[in-house]
Design a protein around this ligand. Structure first.
Ligand SMILES: [Zn+2]
Length: 84
């Protein structure tokens, strides 16, 4: 059986990554974080095998924007803090 990921393929990237896209991407990566399940890592949000489509999309947008891993982690931490 095909997974939903294989059927739908990758989400399209915005043609030009704006600051707003970065905000969405950080949110996607933060919300679609990995969670340990008996059969491996799954998305905390949609239970798809991690990294799920939205997580991958978020990482691609942030990569395109030229953010380093450290900068991405800092943005996620910032967003987590602002939601508390
Ligand atoms: Zn997800």
């Amino acid at each position: 059986m095909q997974s939903i990921d294989e059927v739908l393929g990758e989400l399209p990237m915005p043609p030009y990554v704006t600051a707003e896209d970065v905000t969405f991407a950080v949110k996607a990566v933060a919300v679609h974080a990995a969670e340990q399940w008996p059969d491996g890592l799954r998305c905390r949000n949609d239970r798809a095998p991690h990294p799920c489509r939205l997580h991958r999309w978020g990482r691609r947008v942030l990569d395109q924007r030229g953010l380093t891993n450290g900068q991405i982690q800092a943005l996620i931490a910032e967003q987590d803090a602002s939601q508390r």
